[in-house]
Design a binder for this molecule. Structure first.
Ligand SMILES: [Zn+2]
Length: 67
């Protein structure tokens, strides 16, 4: 097998490994977002803000008042 072929395979294997890691991180982020939403859903919000948006002091949920 040529040197070029070997380096191509190495790169392809690394890309596959990176894609797997990226996918796993996306999945982890998705679970963290779901957990955050769950906590925000249960929160007894205390909003503070201005004319444009309010942010809950406890759970950081943001309510946009004007678009
Ligand atoms: Zn809240």
């Amino acid at each position: 097998m040529s040197r070029l072929r070997n380096s191509f395979n190495d790169a392809a294997e690394e890309v596959i490994a990176l894609e797997k890691e990226i996918h796993e991180m996306h999945e982890k982020i998705r679970l963290l977002e779901l957990r955050k939403e769950e906590l925000q859903h249960k929160c007894n919000h205390q909003f503070q803000g201005n004319d444009y948006y309010e942010k809950c002091l406890l759970c950081h949920k943001i309510e946009v008042l004007y678009y």
